[in-house]
Design a binder for this molecule. Structure first.
Ligand SMILES: [Fe+2]
Length: 152
């Protein structure tokens, strides 16, 4: 197996570090909300967004963001790997008599959610094979603040 160049490895490590920080800060924001500290929650979320931006910058610098088909292909193979190999292995490892039932259940819920994500990615790929230009935005997908999102 050929090793990836050192600078790409570092960009990947930086991407993962900042992406993890962003997710962690969002978890802290949820906790702050539960503790009725909405301003603290906003501060965590705002920091999380800044971390996302750094993560994005490093993934782009690593040339890992290449557009439609390459990105979908990557997302699909990541989800398949996690669903078919990563989580099942961890579930086997944490379940059972000597294991941690609670953790095993967390992983089971994650896999169930991931299967739905995989289904969405697959239908996205079918749509993009058929569509010219942008894909449609089904009901239930947050329109967000994307400048190009049409009013409907
Ligand atoms: Fe995933």
């Amino acid at each position: 197996m050929s090793r990836i160049p050192r600078f790409l490895e570092h960009l990947k490590t930086g991407f993962t570090a900042e992406a993890v920080s962003a997710a962690r800060y969002r978890a802290y924001a949820v906790k702050a909300e539960q503790d009725r500290q909405p301003n603290l929650a906003r501060r965590w979320r705002s920091l999380a967004e800044a971390k996302d931006a750094l993560a994005i910058e490093m993934l782009q610098a690593a040339e890992q963001v290449r557009g439609l088909h390459a990105d979908l292909g990557n997302a699909l193979s990541e989800e398949r790997y996690e669903n078919d190999i990563l989580y099942p292995k961890m579930i086997r490892d944490t379940g059972g008599a000597s294991g941690n039932e609670h953790t095993a259940n967390v992983f089971l819920r994650v896999v169930a959610a991931q299967k739905e994500h995989l289904r969405q990615l697959e239908s996205l790929r079918e749509e993009t094979n058929a569509a010219e230009g942008d894909v449609a935005l089904p009901a239930g997908v947050d329109r967000g603040s994307a400048a190009s999102a049409p009013e409907s």
